[in-house]
Design a protein around this ligand. Structure first.
Ligand SMILES: *[C@@H]1O[C@H](CO)[C@@H](O)[C@H](O)[C@H]1NC(C)=O
Ligand SMILES: *[C@@H]1O[C@H](CO)[C@@H](O)[C@H](O)[C@H]1NC(C)=O
Ligand SMILES: *[C@@H]1O[C@H](CO)[C@@H](O)[C@H](O)[C@H]1NC(C)=O
Ligand SMILES: *[C@@H]1O[C@H](CO)[C@@H](O)[C@H](O)[C@H]1NC(C)=O
Ligand SMILES: *[C@@H]1O[C@H](CO)[C@@H](O)[C@H](O)[C@H]1NC(C)=O
Ligand SMILES: *[C@@H]1O[C@H](CO)[C@@H](O)[C@H](O)[C@H]1NC(C)=O
Ligand SMILES: *[C@@H]1O[C@H](CO)[C@@H](O)[C@H](O)[C@H]1NC(C)=O
Length: 773
């Protein structure tokens, strides 16, 4: 009897559990997120996709027929169905415009072996389109794109043409949820003027164009500014175009909301407001940091936040998703659970007071970066202060520091698995292919998983395209791939030809440099890009010899139909990476010779290092994607008078070097570009190496503080104020230069040994959080 009851109870539990689990799967937050969907008609979306296809393949676009039908797949996911019709047209039926574009790209890739990337396209279409009959359904509701910092590191100077390409690229990769943050300073200006702030008081708050993201998050204020009326009207116009295109395609834009940071003059206008100064960020002095944070408990929070959102929506409309980050790299002043709850609830209610359908999307970076503060109970109090399903958490760096398992799927709030990958838009080949290939799938299947999407959240784009391509495919893939085969096929599509050497090179890269599974924080810093010092510790997570053999193979690939622009782009990148690696080895030799006071050897090695800078300069100058001139020129193009042009150039130069007036986060966003290599990196190493040699010849102690000051005064600071103009067009023959450099430097014996690193145990669910700094 007792046994029977127990059994019944047990079975009932299982049934309940199954029903619940099942319901949750089918539900997939349909009740709370179901309204986040394309607003345009099916015809209008189909039309937008047809035009996109025309931009990608021109006249042949007439061979594609697009039909949007929201009912063809399961609710809450996206589906495309591709088939070849009797009239020879390729028909794509899809649940939205962006899904149709995704299907088109899927067909180009997998049936026509084409390749579309940030670095260029390889589109050689067959004369007859291949037969096809396939249906693909996305794994999740969303594919998300962008980090709030991308607007600072990559798209700062973009005009509509570049944005159009970027939005096309989003659609081609199925991205249906993306940040659209332009114009917020212009709207804030309107709001603050209505509240009787003076223009000076308002300008003090905004950062310059290259520093907007960090001013928006309350990290800095005023640095790089002021913004001009022309800048504001540029961003308003641009934002309208961006939103119109995104909406036509069915991409849901994520708009900015009020995080609480206000100008210092707030206290003049509202003397009784409950304000606290945010803490200094990365050593910025008071003049450029620490805006006030308006307490979310102050009734003014809702009023000011609501006024901003209403004004923004009046100008741009809304799709009901908003992002703001109150505590990005700023700890809350209160740590008790009740306060954290109140803060979360207040931020959210400022949104709902204007838009009752508001969904708050937040970057979970604070849970990684301020790991110590954000204990489990605190995170739970904070994220559950918003009704379940009304907040989406971006698990921001899931490939290295995932938080979703520690934080139990965010205590029921939906989250998106995001690959951050890049910091500061630095160059340097790097990636975690194996982790991406496995973990995305595991996270989705995790018990009680609230994962509703995959995402890309790089601080900067235009590097390491291969890893973004792999990540994008995880949105529809439900099994891991054979990575060797995957890298090989990547090479075939990218260069439009099978080439044994190229595929070998990519297979090696996939198993070395793109197979990072450690907990070290890779931040694009290498000997050549770091500020010179005797204390640098170069290391690699892969075998340098193997990596260099990939370079040899890639050079050999030139003899077989491999002269497309993407091959040349990658030849520059792989050569750059190889020289960067050899430079680390030379550096160790320099240090060894210096310590042994071996002058002849020291001179020899110093000359080698300087030579490598010259060689890097010449290979980078040969490709349009590695030119300082372009970045500076794009910045100047946005100025409407000399003052603006000069200010923008200063912004552009300062961000990639000193990052702040005195090098507050120096070299964080460094760029291995022609122009930077010669006039910044080499110039300061030159000073440093001379000083080393002099200290031995004069038998004097090496004084690094004197040299640091000399480098700052003679190279770093002058570089930011310089107006030297750099070429915007490439010079020299990439293949010839790269081949000569390979011949020259492969004679050099690399003794650098790859370091043992703290491997993440891929099989284990438990991630070693205590390894965090
Ligand atoms: C701004 O100034 C106007 C005119 O002096 C005044 O009517 C209004 O109340 C002020 N608004 C605020 C928010 O102080
Ligand atoms: C000001 O805000 C803080 C935290 O946001 C809160 O603890 C405090 O009670 C508020 N003070 C007043 C006077 O409302
Ligand atoms: C995985 O994907 C394949 C191909 O898209 C599909 O046929 C299969 O049903 C999927 N399996 C599961 C368990 O979703
Ligand atoms: C490839 O090389 C051939 C022969 O050197 C040249 O004629 C052709 O223009 C090149 N194509 C590209 C895309 O560079
Ligand atoms: C280095 O030079 C600075 C400035 O001349 C001096 O103050 C400092 O004491 C020197 N340091 C050493 C270690 O000699
Ligand atoms: C430098 O700038 C001037 C004036 O804008 C321009 O005419 C010239 O072509 C530029 N030189 C280079 C090398 O780009
Ligand atoms: C590099 O190492 C190999 C094998 O140890 C040796 O034979 C060769 O002479 C070395 N080359 C140079 C330039 O030192």
């Amino acid at each position: 009897m007792t046994m029977k009851i127990f059994l019944c109870w047990f079975i009932a539990c299982i049934i309940l559990d199954l029903t619940f689990g099942n319901r949750q799967k089918i539900d997939g937050f349909e009740n709370t997120l179901g309204h986040l969907k394309p607003q345009h008609s099916s015809e209008s979306q189909a039309n937008a996709v047809q035009q996109l296809i025309n931009r990608v393949i021109g006249k042949k676009s007439k061979w594609f027929a697009i039909i949007i039908d929201r009912t063809i797949g399961p609710e809450g996911k996206d589906t495309f169905r591709i088939s070849k019709r009797h009239d020879e047209k390729i028909e794509i039926i899809a649940t939205s415009g962006v899904t149709a574009a995704w299907g088109f790209h899927y067909y180009l890739k997998n049936y026509c072996h084409c390749h579309i990337s940030w670095d260029g396209n390889q589109i050689k279409l067959p004369s007859i389109f291949p037969e096809v009959h396939i249906t693909v359904t996305s794994n999740d509701r969303f594919r998300y794109y962008q980090n709030v910092c991308t607007a600072g590191y990559s798209s700062t100077w973009w005009q509509w043409e570049q944005w159009e390409r970027n939005i096309d690229w989003m659609a081609l990769n199925g991205i249906n949820l993306a940040l659209a943050f332009h114009g917020q300073e212009a709207i804030w200006e309107r709001v603050y003027l209505q509240l009787n702030f003076t223009r000076e008081e308002i300008n003090e708050q905004f950062g310059g164009p290259a520093f907007l993201p960090w001013a928006r998050m309350g990290n800095i204020r005023g640095w790089g500014g002021p913004l001009s009326p022309a800048w504001h009207s540029h961003t308003i116009t641009l934002q309208h175009k961006i939103l119109e295109r995104m909406r036509e395609l069915g991409i849901i834009p994520v708009l900015p909301a009020f995080a609480g940071h206000v100008p210092r003059a707030f206290i003049r206008v509202f003397p009784s407001a409950n304000l606290s100064k945010t803490e200094a960020w990365n050593g910025f002095e008071d003049k450029y940091c620490c805006p006030y944070l308006l307490s979310p408990s102050d009734p003014l929070f809702k009023i000011v936040g609501g006024k901003f959102l209403q004004t923004y929506i009046d100008e741009f409309g809304t799709d009901h998703v908003y992002n703001c980050d109150t505590f990005n790299e700023n700890e809350p002043s209160k740590s008790d659970l009740e306060s954290l709850k109140n803060i979360g609830a207040a931020v959210y209610s400022a949104m709902t007071s204007v838009d009752p359908q508001a969904i708050w999307i937040m970057q979970g970076w604070l849970f990684v970066n301020e790991f110590e503060f954000w204990t489990e109970p605190r995170v739970e109090a904070f994220v559950t202060s918003v009704p379940i399903g009304k907040m989406i958490v971006l698990d921001l760096q899931s490939e290295q520091f995932p938080q979703y398992s520690r934080l139990k799927s965010y205590y029921g709030q939906p989250f998106i698995w995001c690959m951050l990958h890049n910091f500061g838009g630095t160059l340097g080949m790097f990636g975690s292919a194996e982790i991406i290939n496995k973990r995305v799938i595991e996270a989705r299947k995790m018990t009680g998983s609230t994962m509703i999407g995959t995402g890309l959240t790089p601080e900067g784009i235009n590097q390491n395209y291969v890893i973004y391509e792999l990540m994008n495919e995880m949105a529809y893939r439900n099994k891991s791939v054979d990575l060797d085969a995957w890298f090989e096929y990547y090479s075939v599509r990218r260069y439009g030809a099978w080439n044994e050497y190229a595929t070998t090179a990519w297979r090696i890269l996939g198993r070395t440099i793109y197979d990072f599974i450690g907990l070290e924080r890779i931040r694009g810093h290498y000997v050549i890009t770091r500020r010179p010092s005797l204390k640098i510790q170069p290391w690699t997570w892969y075998s340098p010899d193997l990596m260099l053999s990939a370079w040899d193979n890639f050079i050999k690939a030139q003899y077989g139909r491999m002269n497309n622009t993407l091959y040349k782009h990658d030849l520059v990148d792989i050569t750059r990476q190889s020289l960067q690696l050899i430079a680390e080895d030379i550096y160790l030799n320099i240090r060894g010779a210096f310590n042994k006071k071996h002058l002849t050897e020291l001179r020899l090695q110093c000359n080698l290092l300087l030579e490598i800078f010259d060689d890097l300069e010449s290979i980078l100058a040969a490709s349009e994607n590695f030119l300082l001139g372009k970045w500076l020129n794009d910045a100047r193009l946005l100025g409407t008078n000399d003052d603006e042009r000069n200010l923008y150039e200063y912004n552009a130069r300062n961000q990639i070097t000193l990052w702040g007036p005195d090098g507050q986060i120096q070299d964080y966003a460094n760029k291995q570009w022609s122009g930077v290599m010669s006039d910044y990196f080499k110039a300061r190493w030159s000073i440093f190496l001379n000083a080393l040699i002099e200290s031995i010849t004069r038998n004097e102690k090496f004084n690094s503080s004197i040299i640091d000051k000399k480098m700052f005064d003679e190279v770093e600071k002058p570089f930011t104020f310089s107006r030297k103009n750099y070429s915007t067009v490439p010079q020299g023959d990439v293949v010839k230069i790269a081949t000569a450099l390979n011949e020259k430097w492969r004679r050099h014996n690399v003794t650098l040994i790859s370091k043992k690193f703290k491997r993440i145990e891929l099989q284990s669910k438990k991630i070693l959080h205590d390894e965090l700094e």
